[in-house]
Write a protein that binds this ligand. Sequence first.
Ligand code: GAR
Length: 213
Amino acid sequence: MTRRATPIAVLISGRGSNFEALHQATEEGRLPARIVLVLSNVASAAGIEHARSLGLHTAVVPSRGAESRAAHEVRVREEIEQSGAEWICLAGYMRLLSEEFVAAFPNRILNIHPSLLPSFPGLDVQQAALDHGVRISGCTVHLVDAGLDSGPIVGQRAVDVRSGDDAASLARRILRQEHELYADALGRLLTEDWRIEGRRVLFGPEAGIERAD
Ligand code: GAR
């Protein structure tokens, strides 16, 4: 049986390397998804240019100068709904989503963050991790709620902090793990049985779901 490719939207604000990693995973058949929209809130985002060059459907909905956060979100929602996307992947999308937005796509929005959450949410997290003296950092893919980098955790990868690391070197090694983790985590959600219990995302037998086939 060939699995249907789930339509996904990827939201970015900048470089877009996680978008590229997701795209590559779809192209290589490692992720049963197809990117139907790449949306940026920043017109100059490098990732949007790259998405255009790949022939993907793109949209820029500038947040700067928008009438209000609510008005901006309405436009973003329209783009997503028109694209037919069933999942939304935030990939360096530097906007907090409102409760209304999150409620419009219940448990269908994912985010990737460059720390082992719940440690170090927010910005400049590699520097914060180094300043705190952690020995291990990493990255997290989680379902999105209206909080800051909160929401049930789908997957994590650990990265050792090395002596001599600065924020840039740590960020580079974490980013390599991000690129693998994002496609893996989304792939599991698209192909396995899962449910949420409290804050936990339970997969397969752990979720108490028996497959009929
Ligand atoms: C990534 O490191 C991602 O984890 C982070 O922004 C970077 C975007 O890079 N996201 C967050 O900090 C969200 N809280 P990219 O544009 O190359 O994918």
